[in-house]
Design a protein around this ligand. Structure first.
Ligand SMILES: [Zn+2]
Length: 160
């Protein structure tokens, strides 16, 4: 085991200034793994929703992995399994789903045009919420769509 003093003495080690919280957080966020949105999403969760912390599931397409596209594949099964595990272990009661504009999962994998993208993202948030309620009925689920305007990202609430 490396002590903090020896880790600090080792120039290759990095010690985070963020304090470690020992208690688990009762909420989780599921969003796309697209790194262009990570900072904005974390800022939204901390400052927009006022959360101290949360579990995270970052996967390509985010909530889309619960929207029925992978029913015949293991991705959805794996995502459901991960969520059930987190929900049980950390006694989750709140789940935040975030989709985003310009998502490669939609443009590349599903070939959805920009024209119908917003409607599709909103309806998929609802489909994902329905699927999650089938397996974790006690979760309060919220949906958000991350939208881009110039260099800004803003978050629109979506009823799910
Ligand atoms: Zn994406």
């Amino acid at each position: 085991m490396i002590s903090i003093a020896s880790a600090q003495a080792d120039k290759a080690a990095f010690c985070s200034s963020a304090p470690f919280e020992r208690g688990a957080f009762p909420q989780a966020a599921i969003y796309c793994s697209d790194g262009r949105f990570v900072d904005q999403i974390n800022q939204f969760l901390h400052h927009g929703l006022g959360l101290d912390g949360y579990d995270q599931m970052a996967i390509a397409g985010g909530p889309a992995c619960f929207a029925g596209y992978f029913e015949a594949y293991r991705e959805e099964e794996g995502a459901v399994s991960h969520l059930r595990f987190l929900s049980r272990l950390h006694k989750l009661d709140r789940l935040i789903l975030i989709s985003h504009e310009g998502c490669g999962f939609y443009s590349d994998f599903l070939r959805v045009s920009e024209l119908g993208l917003h409607d599709r993202l909103r309806s998929d948030l609802s489909r994902a919420a329905r699927r999650i309620r089938e397996v974790e009925a006690r979760l309060r689920i919220e949906g958000y769509l991350a939208r881009v305007s110039g260099t800004s990202v803003w978050f629109e609430s979506v009823v799910v």
